[in-house]
Design a protein around this ligand. Structure first.
Ligand code: V47
Ligand code: SF4
Length: 355
C-alpha cells in the first residue's frame, strides 16, 4: 500500500493490477487516507451539493433489467407516463424552492414518439428558463435514436436545441459484456454507452458517469469499468462527476443477492477516487448509500453529496429506506459536521454560495 501511495503522490497513474491491490487490501483506513489525499488536492475543503429535483417521467420500460425494481410493463397496474404539463408543474415548484437543476430520467417507453421528449425540453425551457435540464441517460438517448431513425449525434443535437443541457450518468451499470448480458441483456452495450457520452462531449455537452456494483461483477470488472471511463475522460474531458451506485436488490429479479456492506461501499468510493485521477468530482449519493454512510464517504474520496432530490423512485422501488428528500439545511449540517465547507453548486460546478 505504501508503494501505491508513493505512486499517487508522484502523480504516477495506477494500473489495473494496482486497482486490484487496492480492492484486495483490508486496510480501510489506509485506503481512506489515500483517497482523501486525492480529494483534498482536487477540491480542497469544499463539499458540494445542489438544490435539485428528480423527475422519473415513466416507469414503463421495454428493457426490464433484472436489477431494476422501478420498471414495469405497459399493462401493469402501477404503470404511469407523466403528461408534460405535470413535469412542468414539478419544475415550477422546484424553482420556487430555489432549485437550479431538474434531473429527468425514465424507462424506455414502447409507444411515446420522439416529439414528446422534444416538447418536454421546449416547454421546460419556456416556463422555467433559468433551470438547468439534466436529462436522459445514454440508454434513453439510444432508444430515442432508434425510434426517431436519427443518428445519436442528430438526436442529441435536436434535444440540445430544444433545451437539454447535460446528460446524467445512469445506464452505465458494469461495462463487462458477460455480466451486462446476464443482468440487463436488452440494454445497449458498454461500448455504446461510452460512444454516446463521447458524442455528447464532442458536441460540448457535459455528463456524469456511474457504476452499479454489488451484483454479479468481480473487483477486476469494477476496476476495468473505471479504467474505461478514465480513458474516455483523457480524450474528451467531458465528465463532471462519477457516482458509484450500490445495488439494492429488494423487489428485483435478483432479490436473493446480499446487499453491499459498509466496508465495500467505502472501499469502492475510495478506489473510484484514486483510479479516476482525471475526474474532478466523486459523488456520494446519499439516497443509495444512506445518509450516515454518505457522510462518512466524504472522508473516503467523495466531495459531493448530490442534492435535495425531492422525489426518487428508482432506489425506493428497490427497498431504499432513506427519505426521498433532504432540506438544504440538513445537507449543510451534514457537511459541516464532517468538517468540510458546504458549497451550493449548479450542475456545472459553478459555486453559487459558500456556507
Ligand atoms: O441507471 C437501477 C441504477 C441508475 C437499481 O448523474 C439501481 O448525477 C441500485 O444514474 N439498485 C439511475 N441502483 C440513477 C443514476 C443517478 C443517480 C444520481 C445522480 C446521477 C447523476 C445519476 O440507478 C440506473 C441504474 O444504474 N439502478 N436499479 C437498484 N435496484
Ligand atoms: Fe429500464 Fe433503466 Fe430499469 Fe433497465 S434500469 S429496466 S433501462 S428503467
Amino acid at each position: 500500500m505504501n508503494k501505491l501511495f508513493d505512486k499517487i503522490k508522484n502523480n504516477v497513474r495506477l494500473s489495473l493490477e494496482d486497482g486490484m491491490k487496492l480492492y484486495d487490501s483490508n486496510d480501510l483506513a489506509a485506503l481512506g487516507q489515500m483517497a482523501d489525499y486525492v480529494r483534498e488536492k482536487k477540491n480542497r475543503n469544499y463539499t458540494y451539493f445542489i438544490v435539485n429535483r428528480h423527475v422519473n417521467y415513466t416507469n414503463i420500460c421495454v428493457n426490464r433489467c433484472k436489477f431494476c425494481a422501478f420498471s414495469c410493463d405497459p399493462d401493469d397496474k402501477n404503470a404511469y407516463l407523466m403528461p408534460i404539463k405535470d413535469i412542468i408543474v414539478k419544475a415550477g415548484l422546484a424553482k420556487k424552492e430555489g432549485a437550479s437543476e431538474i434531473h429527468i430520467v425514465g424507462g424506455l417507453h414502447p409507444d411515446v414518439p420522439f416529439d414528446y421528449y422534444l416538447e418536454m425540453m421546449r416547454e421546460l425551457k419556456a416556463t422555467v428558463p433559468g433551470m438547468h435540464i439534466q436529462a436522459f441517460t445514454a440508454v434513453e438517448i439510444a432508444h430515442f435514436a432508434k425510434i426517431s431513425g436519427l443518428s445519436v449525434e442528430k438526436t442529441l443535437a435536436g434535444l440540445a436545441k430544444a433545451g437539454l443541457d447535460s446528460l446524467p450518468g445512469g445506464g452505465a451499470e458494469i461495462f463487462d459484456a458477460q455480466v451486462r448480458q446476464s443482468i440487463c441483456e436488452k440494454k445497449i452495450s458498454g461500448d455504446e454507452w461510452l460512444r454516446i457520452h463521447e458524442t455528447a462531449h464532442k458536441m460540448g455537452m457535459h455528463s456524469n458517469a456511474t457504476m452499479l456494483y454489488g451484483h454479479k461483477e468481480t473487483p477486476e470488472q469494477r476496476v476495468e469499468h473505471l479504467l474505461k471511463l478514465r480513458a474516455l475522460q483523457d480524450e474528451t474531458n467531458g465528465f463532471m462527476a462519477f457516482i458509484p451506485l450500490p445495488f439494492h436488490p429488494a423487489n428485483t429479479q435478483m432479490s436473493e443477492t446480499a446487499r453491499t456492506t459498509g466496508m465495500d461501499d467505502l472501499k469502492t468510493m475510495a478506489v473510484s477516487r484514486i483510479m479516476l485521477d482525471n475526474f474532478p468530482h466523486i459523488k456520494s449519493f446519499w439516497i443509495m448509500l444512506g445518509i450516515k454512510l454518505a457522510q462518512v464517504a466524504l472522508h473516503f474520496g467523495a466531495d459531493d453529496l448530490d442534492g435535495t432530490v425531492e422525489e426518487e423512485k428508482i432506489t425506493h422501488s428497490a427497498g431504499a429506506t432513506t427519505p426521498e428528500s433532504l432540506t438544504k439545511d440538513e445537507i449543510i449540517a451534514l457537511i459541516k459536521s464532517a468538517y468540510r465547507t458546504p458549497v451550493e453548486r449548479d450542475t456545472l460546478y459553478n459555486k453559487l454560495k459558500i456556507y
